[in-house]
Design a protein around this ligand. Structure first.
Ligand code: PNS
Length: 168
């Protein structure tokens, strides 16, 4: 059984992440898309919302599961007997951070190998942060996220916009 963990914040999942997940689902028997549970880092979507949205977005892949983890990624990978940590590499700008993380994870557990997958070129400029900004400012995000995420983003910002101001 070749099992890989694809960790991230996924706040929210984008078409770039989904492209990596599709590639991974073809290469591995089982892919665990693992959302990092970080109490100190608050995202736009709650942890529970991210889990539900990711589940909806990957439902067509029978060998992909959405999971969560707390603490060290290598400890989680070991606990689920995954041999591989997967990360997407979009551009050179990703490299330094990813290289540092991969080597640190190797130092922590040399049995878990980090593998990189490149999404389609058209997604190299895509990030959750930019998608959120475009959605917040009313831009069209249809090409960047699946429909369920676009709807959730619109609902999130509609709710935020209509919320009464806290300022006096
Ligand atoms: O999508 P992101 O935010 O780039 O994902 C980063 C993530 C969650 C993969 C990374 O922060 C992580 O692995 N966190 C778990 C804690 C950990 O193991 N830290 C040491 C990494 S060398």
């Amino acid at each position: 059984m070749r099992r890989a963990v694809y960790p991230g914040s996924f706040d929210p999942v984008t078409n770039g992440h989904l492209d990596v997940i599709e590639r991974a689902a073809r290469q591995y028997d089982e892919v665990l898309v693992a959302i990092a549970h970080n109490e100190a880092k608050t995202g736009l979507f709650t942890f529970e919302e991210r889990v539900a949205l990711l589940r909806e977005a990957v439902q067509q892949h029978p060998n992909v599961q959405v999971t969560q983890f707390q603490g060290l990624l290598v400890d989680y990978a070991r606990s689920v007997q995954a041999q591989v940590i997967l990360r997407g590499l979009r551009a050179v700008s990703d490299f330094e951070y990813e290289f540092q993380m991969a080597l640190m994870n190797r130092k922590l557990d040399s049995d878990v190998e980090t593998m990189f997958l490149m999404p389609k070129e058209e997604y190299t400029y895509l990030s959750s942060r930019l998608v959120k900004e475009i959605a917040r400012l009313g831009g069209d995000i249809g090409a960047f996220v699946p429909d369920c995420i676009a709807r959730a983003l619109r609902a999130k910002f509609a709710a935020t916009d209509s919320a009464p101001s806290r300022k006096p």
